[in-house]
Write a protein that binds this ligand. Structure first.
Ligand SMILES: *Cc1c(COP(=O)(O)O)cnc(C)c1O
Length: 390
């Protein structure tokens, strides 16, 4: 019995089942949507809570030729786990970051300003090898990236000088959207125009990037003219729609990868008028049964979903009764009496009647990205369909 099989069959308190066949199918679907571009699977933040290394492997099996992370540390972990042969890019750098380690691990790095260009060229001198650098343009997001105008002119001039000295290779020119999940938002066209101008400026002065890239999941799904040479898909890789306004995952041929469930820890009868959980924010309306679900905000179940989060128990949707505590919450089972150990499904693909991460996002007043990404380390990830042949 493999370790994974043991985990799968053990009576766990709770588990996040990760369907790697769904993830591979999502990657293939996204590649078909952007046929002219390479695909970068964004696996930052432990693959949005799904587990970086197994998800990265599965994405590469399905044709992702790039992996993306926020921090260099996340990218170095992928190489250390034996992921070789594909490009890995990381973009969230702070002064003193592991530039030399990144060069030696064959990472692609992002540079948004002069301090970073100085640090990466110094590290390349020490390493005796050129760094692969993507110059990031702020085309309107107002977050990372170099401002157009004088700042971009200086960064391009100095980056080309470093390239001529053999210290860096300008492998990418890139940017990020502010409102790609709101098709038709005027900022989208404005950012594309700005990006094209900043790319043209760099190329006219001699930059020869392998890849120009700007599309995240919503742009990959809705805006073909943003695909350029590479699309960077995060949330869609995990089968979640970037925004319910764009449609559900099935509308794009995507399937949610994570199913979060728990074994009910206790079922008991209580009289009417019984307060439930801290603060007694729920009072039983009459005699009923309560089920104790052993997951709480320490596991990433948002406390904001108190009194609102949906759970499938015995084929019926139940709602969190009262407050979600650190480790547990209660559902009113309305007189049903499942055995302790019965399954409570918080969210999954939705095709077996269970709620979705999007339902939890709505219950908590947030986005589905946050729901899956915050599932804590106390919840074991159980991988199914690990073999690519399935
Ligand atoms: C997180 C991230 C992505 C992926 O965004 P999704 O909306 O999850 O596809 C792409 N690019 C950058 C720079 C990011 O930080």
């Amino acid at each position: 019995m493999t370790e994974t099989t043991a985990l799968r069959t053990a009576p766990l308190r709770a588990r996040a089942e990760i369907d790697l066949a769904a993830l591979r199918a999502n990657v293939r679907t996204l590649r078909a949507l952007a046929p002219g571009a390479a695909l970068m699977a964004v696996v930052k933040s432990d693959a949005y809570g799904h587990g970086a290394v197994p998800c990265a492997r599965a994405a590469v099996e399905a044709g992702a030729t790039w992996l993306g992370t926020a921090t260099p540390e996340e990218a170095l972990v992928l190489r250390a786990a034996g992921l070789r042969g594909m490009r890995i890019m990381c973009w969230l750098w702070t002064p003193g970051g592991p530039w030399r380690e990144a060069i030696e691990a064959d990472l692609d790095v992002s540079v948004s300003g002069m301090w970073a260009l100085r640090e990466v060229t110094a590290a390349a001198r020490q390493a005796g090898a050129p760094a692969r650098v993507h110059l990031k343009a702020d085309t309107g997001l107002g977050r990372g990236g170099c401002q157009p105008g004088d700042d971009w002119a200086e960064l391009i001039r100095e980056a080309l000088r470093a390239e001529a000295e053999g210290l860096i290779r300008i492998t990418g020119l890139w940017s990020h959207f502010a409102c790609a999940d709101e098709p038709g938002h005027p900022s989208i066209a404005a950012q594309l125009t700005c990006f094209q101008g900043m790319v043209a400026y760099a190329e006219e002065r001699g930059a020869r990037p392998e890849v120009r890239h700007v599309a995240n999941s919503p742009a990959t799904l809705t805006l073909p003219q943003s695909h350029f040479d590479l699309v960077r898909t995060g949330i869609a890789t995990y089968g979640i729609s970037p925004s319910p306004e764009l449609g559900g995952p099935a509308d794009f041929g995507l399937r949610p990868v994570m199913t979060l469930s728990a074994s009910i820890a206790l079922v008991k009868q209580v009289p009417g008028g019984h307060g439930v959980s801290y603060g007694h924010r729920y009072i039983t309306p009459g005699e009923t049964t309560l089920g104790l679900v052993p997951l709480g905000y320490a596991d990433g179940i948002p406390r904001h979903a108190s009194g609102a989060g949906p759970v499938l128990v015995g084929g019926k949707w139940r709602t969190v009764a009262g407050r979600i505590a650190m480790d547990q919450f209660v559902v009113d089972l309305g007189g049903d009496e499942p055995e302790a150990g019965a399954q409570a499904v918080l969210f999954g693909p939705g095709d077996h009647g269970e709620p979705t991460a999007e339902d939890w996002a709505q219950a908590a007043g947030t986005i589905a990205y946050e729901i899956v990404t915050r599932i804590g380390t106390r919840v074991p990830r159980v991988y199914v369909h690990e073999s690519a042949s399935v």
